[in-house]
Each structure stands twice: as C-alpha cells, then as structure tokens.
Design a protein. Structure first.
Length: 95
C-alpha cells in the first residue's frame, strides 16, 4: 500500500501544482479549440491573404498557435522549477 503524505508541505505542493496547471491547460485547450472551431465553421477566413502577400491568415495563426504552446511550455517549466521543485525537495528530505 502506498504511503500517503498528509503534511502541510504536501498539501501546499498539491495546491501550487493545481494553481499552475489549471490556467495553462485552459489556455491551451481554449486556443486549440478556437483554432479548430474556425476551421470547422468558417474555413474561408483562414484562406484570406495578409496585405497582398502569399501568406494566409491560417498559416499565420497556425504559426502563432505553435508559438503560444511553446511559450506555455516555457512558463510551465519555469514555474515548476521555481515553485514546485523546492517543495518536492523539502518533502524528500523529510521522508
């Protein structure tokens, strides 16, 4: 049977993890579903050209979506290293 840690540090770890993960998941899911929604219900919008160039709005927004997910990943890694890792090390030291 797995030992459950009910220390204050463990509770703080769970709360902090939730505070980090939930907003980032919502941002990720919202951006993906918005992109797919436009593809499904208004695909002609993504075919429009930007300022007389050969680049369409769909290509630009697709690139920006990939860039956004990359930035979200960087934010997640930064926050985990700054906030969660110290708590994990503290718990490991007390076990």
């Amino acid at each position: 049977m797995q030992k459950q840690y009910k220390t204050e540090t463990y509770k703080q770890l769970k709360e902090t993890r939730t505070q980090i993960v939930i907003p980032l998941i919502l941002l990720t899911v919202t951006s993906y579903f918005s992109f797919i929604w436009v593809i499904a219900f208004n695909p002609d919008f993504f075919g429009l050209k930007i300022f007389q160039t050969k680049i369409s709005i769909g290509i630009l927004l697709g690139f920006l979506l990939i860039l956004l997910i990359f930035v979200i990943t960087l934010i997640y890694v930064y926050l985990v290293n700054k906030k969660l890792e110290p708590l994990i090390k503290k718990i490991q030291k007390n076990v």
